[in-house]
Design a protein around this ligand. Structure first.
Ligand SMILES: NC(=O)C1=CN([C@@H]2O[C@H](COP(=O)(O)OP(=O)(O)OC[C@H]3O[C@@H](n4cnc5c(N)ncnc54)[C@H](O)[C@@H]3O)[C@@H](O)[C@H]2O)C=CC1
Ligand SMILES: O=C(O)C1=N[C@H](C(=O)O)C[C@H](O)C1
Length: 225
């Protein structure tokens, strides 16, 4: 099967990310969209999983869990971009990754992946006396807080740190990691000005996942490193 013949699906296809992904898939030309599902669509999960080799999931935690229950029956691979999972749901994602190839990326951009790695490198140099906080700024309709990206960065940092969240206006997504010392400060920052970088990163992740088997829950660091 040549790459251009690979059918993909979108769960959450009518959402902000779903719409951006549709455009990006067309422009990239590697995949074609064979099935799409959202809250109001007639497409069943079974149809979505049967018709696609890989599914992009940008829906809601409940939507993702329901999707994974079905993908295991069809060995459909999944790129999960959805955020806002609780601990129990995260354990479920890890369990399902043993049966099916799944990549979980709370932020699919290369910039946020680099930000997380840079934060880890910097915190290893700084003394514990530096106060540390992760700030995320998103549009007022975003449902989860802190953001999935902030929690992903949080896992890279071993020292105690705070989270600061702003939900206002139309901000598409901004993250800052700040270290405050006695008389010096470091701020690492990443901001997107459109949803295109998310969509391009998701497509890159899908190409990478094509040749991977089930095992551990993959991440964007696996793709970029
Ligand atoms: N990983 C990343 O880089 C990014 C992740 N996100 C995350 O992706 C998710 C979606 O974000 P947006 O597109 O901004 O939201 P949105 O609210 O604009 O769209 C959500 C879509 O999911 C569908 N949906 C909701 N529940 C569903 C269910 N149970 N089954 C099937 N479809 C369902 C809706 O009908 C809609 O099409 C959020 O969790 C968000 O945090 C958003 C942007 C980038
Ligand atoms: O909901 C969003 O919009 C975004 N969600 C992701 C997150 O929770 O980190 C990624 C991005 O910042 C946009």
């Amino acid at each position: 099967m040549s790459a251009k013949n690979i059918p993909v699906g979108i769960n959450g296809s009518s959402g902000k990310m779903g719409k951006m992904l549709r455009k990006a898939i067309l422009q990239d030309g590697t995949f074609y969209l064979s099935a799409a599902r959202n809250t109001n669509s007639d497409t069943t999960l079974q149809t979505l999983c049967k018709m696609a080799k890989i599914i992009f999931d940008f829906s809601s935690p409940k939507g993702t869990i329901a999707l994974l229950e079905e993908t295991t029956k069809h060995s459909t691979k999944v790129i999960i971009g959805t955020t806002g999972f609780n601990d129990k749901q995260m354990l479920y994602l890890k369990k399902m990754a043993k049966k099916n190839a799944i990549l979980y990326a709370p932020n699919t951009t290369i910039g946020a992946t680099a930000l997380a790695l840079a934060s880890k490198a910097i915190e290893q140099i700084l003394p514990s006396s530096f106060d540390t906080t992760i700030l995320d700024i998103h549009h007022k309709d975003k449902k989860d807080a802190p953001s999935g990206t902030a929690l992903m960065i949080s896992q890279q940092i071993s020292r105690t740190h705070d989270h600061t969240t702003i939900r206002a206006g139309k901000s598409i997504g901004e993250h800052q990691v700040m270290f405050f010392g006695e008389d010096e400060e470091i701020t690492l920052s990443h901001k997107v000005t459109s949803r295109k970088p998310f969509a391009l990163g998701a497509i890159k992740a899908a190409k990478w996942l094509l040749n991977k088997e089930s095992g551990s829950l993959y991440s964007m660091q696996d793709v970029f490193l």
